[in-house]
Design a protein. Structure first.
Length: 158
């Protein structure tokens, strides 16, 4: 497992670029809200701790992870952020639905990164179980939202 023994929330804010002038968007899936809410909180708190003013952090909610690419595309067009974090959670069920949603979401986010000049950060958990999702959204493996916020700052200032 890639996250075995790794806390996703470990980062060193010293030496980070100044992000007070940046605007970062969070596009958050409402599906699996317990997980996506925790991821969004991790991202938000990290952006704030790195000096980003509250009014420069945008948040839009979409129904599910499959809708994240469209939500990100619209946010980029309307709000002109410096980076967008796509936040979602897909937990495997008994059908192939999981595979289609994960593939479509990942492809859509990758396409946005190639089509626009605004980095879109992939913060979509694709876990087999609720336990795994909780471990990566504030549990024993930290919070993937923190990692995504760090990536957003780094990419926006590239």
């Amino acid at each position: 497992m890639a996250t075995a023994g790794k806390n996703l929330s470990d980062y060193e804010p010293a030496g980070f670029p100044d992000c007070t002038g940046l605007r970062v968007g969070l596009v958050v899936s409402s599906w699996n809200a317990e997980i996506t809410g925790a991821l969004a909180d991790g991202a938000y708190q990290t952006l704030r701790s790195c000096g980003m003013p509250e009014e420069q952090i945008l948040r839009w909610d979409v129904p599910g992870s499959f809708e994240l690419p469209f939500g990100c595309k619209r946010m980029i067009a309307r709000e002109k952020p410096d980076a967008v974090i796509a936040i979602g959670s897909v937990i495997r069920g008994e059908t192939a639905h999981f595979d289609f949603v994960c593939q479509g979401t990942a492809q859509g986010i990758m396409d946005l990164n190639l089509q626009t000049d605004v980095p879109v950060i992939f913060c979509v958990l694709t876990d087999d179980t609720w336990e795994q999702a909780r471990a990566r959204s504030g549990g024993k493996h930290g919070n993937k939202g923190v990692e995504a916020a760090v990536a957003a700052i780094q990419m926006a200032t590239l």
